[in-house]
Design a protein around this ligand. Structure first.
Ligand SMILES: [Zn+2]
Length: 183
């Protein structure tokens, strides 16, 4: 389960994760979190890793190698300073990347680019699979979003829908970093 960007900072979501202990990996964008870095610390203290999602959330392939490096290393620097550990994974914004992204990521100490198989909307996933099924090992994407982006629903309501979709198929959520070998 991956949670991206970091715009919405709903304290009830922290309480929810504390109670449910569902493992998440957070790919955070500096521009979305710098008004309140502290919000994500209790989520990190639950054992969840914070990973790279660039400084300004650009379409990386529209930038040259140096621009891409600034975006990836800049987020790495902010996350390392705030959270005490350097990111090892990159989620490229919009899932868009090219060979320059791989090179820039490597130079920023990132050892893996992580995409996804299904992304959470408000009540259900948008699936890569035409049969709309989930499979063991699928990487799921959701976002720190609130009522403004979720047509009035809260982050915790969205997350509850998401967990129901997973559970009704008989799956449980594992921790991404436990399934990815990082050099
Ligand atoms: Zn994003």
């Amino acid at each position: 389960m991956t949670l991206d960007d970091g715009q919405e900072k709903d304290p009830r979501f922290v309480a929810m994760l504390r109670e449910l202990k569902v493992p998440v990996t957070m790919f955070l964008t500096k521009d979305d979190i710098q008004d309140d870095y502290g919000y994500f610390k209790p989520l990190q203290e639950l054992g969840n890793r914070i990973q790279d999602h660039t400084v300004t959330h650009p379409v990386l392939p529209t930038l040259g190698p140096e621009g891409q490096k600034r975006e990836i290393c800049g987020d790495r620097d902010a996350l390392t300073e705030q959270y005490g550990t350097a990111p090892t994974l990159l989620r490229p914004p919009f899932g868009r990347w090219n060979s320059a992204t791989q090179e820039a990521a490597r130079e920023c100490g990132i050892s893996g680019i992580v995409m996804w198989r299904a992304s959470m909307q408000i009540h259900d996933f948008q699936y890569d699979d035409p049969k709309k099924e989930l499979h063991p090992g699928d990487i799921l994407l959701a976002h720190f979003r609130g009522p403004k982006q979720l047509k009035g629903e809260t982050m915790t309501q969205m997350f509850a829908h998401l967990l129901k979709q997973i559970e009704k198929r008989g799956f449980a959520v594992g921790r991404l970093e436990d399934y990815i070998s990082v050099r």
